[in-house]
Design a protein around this ligand. Structure first.
Ligand code: ZN
Ligand code: ZN
Length: 100
């Protein structure tokens, strides 16, 4: 990892037919192979919709570009296959994914 310490803005990108979790900042070449995504789970990142700082977890890591709870709830109405998982998760979880 080059440059100063920062919170990576993770998204999934395809590198030679393999998905990896990569940082989106142009001056950062940090990435994590998909089979090591346990390490990415629980890490801080940023919502791709509203730029709020979030924590990566099993639900938003289903997304190519992870979102915060609020934006996921918004997306849930548009994306039927995501909506059931997200609704269940939001209903069960008393702990917010987001850090204030
Ligand atoms: Zn980074
Ligand atoms: Zn958001």
């Amino acid at each position: 990892m080059a440059g100063k310490k920062h919170v990576h803005k993770y998204h999934q990108v395809r590198v030679s037919n393999m998905l990896v979790w990569a940082c989106a900042f142009p001056d950062c070449n940090h990435y994590m192979p998909k089979h090591m995504e346990d390490i990415v789970t629980g890490k801080s990142s940023f919502c791709w919709e509203c730029e709020k700082q979030i924590v990566l977890g099993p639900i938003n890591m289903h997304m190519m570009q992870p979102l915060c709870n609020d934006c996921m709830a918004g997306k849930a109405t548009n994306e039927p296959e995501m909506s059931e998982k997200i609704r269940q998760f939001l209903a069960q979880s008393k702990e917010p994914l987001t850090k204030q």
